[in-house]
Ligand binder design. Sequence first.
Ligand SMILES: *Cc1c(COP(=O)(O)O)cnc(C)c1O
Length: 435
Amino acid sequence: MKLYSTNNKDLRVSFKEAVFNSMPQDKGLYMPVEIPALDADFIQNIEKYSLPEIAYKVASTLLKDEIPADDLKALINDAINFDAPAVKLDDKTFVLELFHGPSLAFKDFGARFMSRVMAYFLKDGEKLLDVLVATSGDTGGAVALGFLGVPNTRVTILYPEGKVSPIQELQLTTNGQNIRAVEVKGTFDDCQALVKQAFADAELNAKFRLTSANSINISRLIPQTFYYFNTYAQLKKQGLTDVIFSVPSGNFGNIGAGLLAYKLGLPVKQFIAATNINDTVPRFLETGIYETKPSTQTYSNAMDVGAPSNWVRIMNLFKEDVEELKKVVTSYRFNDEETLAGIKEIDAKFNYVACPHTAIAYLAIEKFRKEHPEDQSATVFLSTAHACKFPDIFPQDIAAKIEIPEQVKALESKPKHADKLGVDFEGFKRYLLEN
Ligand SMILES: *Cc1c(COP(=O)(O)O)cnc(C)c1O
């Protein structure tokens, strides 16, 4: 597999290089030069394969010989060791539960695969890989739990004091082993500024092998294609082959992976990009003008993104042809009031509790159906996180139905530990050098 930069189509780097760099120096994003079609026979018979088998087929088609077959199979079995069931709500409506991994969010697919790919490429005796992450909540948990116990790696996670939910704090602070949590007396932006300064610091770079485990890393995108194929397989088993996916979108990595799956040959009829009022993409598809904005806080806070970092990848997949893109991608936005109404509607109709991000994807399906009453496709809305991660959003009667998963219960009895730091870079630097 060779990759180019979206800012330089002539650049060629290996998968390993792209994984450790995260981002090309020209600040573009890495994209595969070649997106080979999966063989038609595989798609025809996809319902006969398991999730790990599908994952191997897709990954090996893209990666070619970057990782030998047996190693890649073992890596996938270790990384994707939880289910992604498409739960049937009615004849034509399914919710794809992507929250059965350790951090209870779909980011586990990306983080677990990335950590194992990095560990695979680190040769014995190489310098320890030091991952630095700033988080406002969800990404940090997925990265911490994704790298937990992975040899030859160490993760330092910075989070703002008092700004993450109780479950997120548990996920960040109870790990021990190769994971350190740092509670910063400041905001998320302060955390991010500290990490950025560390990456730019010559002394730290001389001493440590630093990496960002950034959400735009190509090794996080690839494993997110797996569950689109696997869902198609689950529906095909039930005789449903016209499929629409609705994806709650913030940085557009998740739906970007869906569109990559489409380009690899997955016969999806339509993708719906569902956003909150941070609506740069729906506005672009309406007006043709791509205008980013500072983000606004909403109930679906993992989607509070005013400048979606993966959008350029999606434009590249469609060779910058907006008309072609619009044939496959529809986009709608919903505000907090609508989100809450959506949560209540899903509960009333299906007795199902959806997190606020998931509710937005559901609302988008309903809107699409209203606009296309003739369309009889099966619809799948992606549930990107477990409802228990957002306890403050729900009305009491719905909140009472939320079951706390085993993964969380297991953390509650563990001791919490976070090192506490201020917002000054010198303090953070000293902490890194001395610990
Ligand atoms: C990260 C996240 C999203 C947004 O996914 P993108 O790939 O950034 O579009 C949606 N829901 C939840 C719960 C998330 O954590």
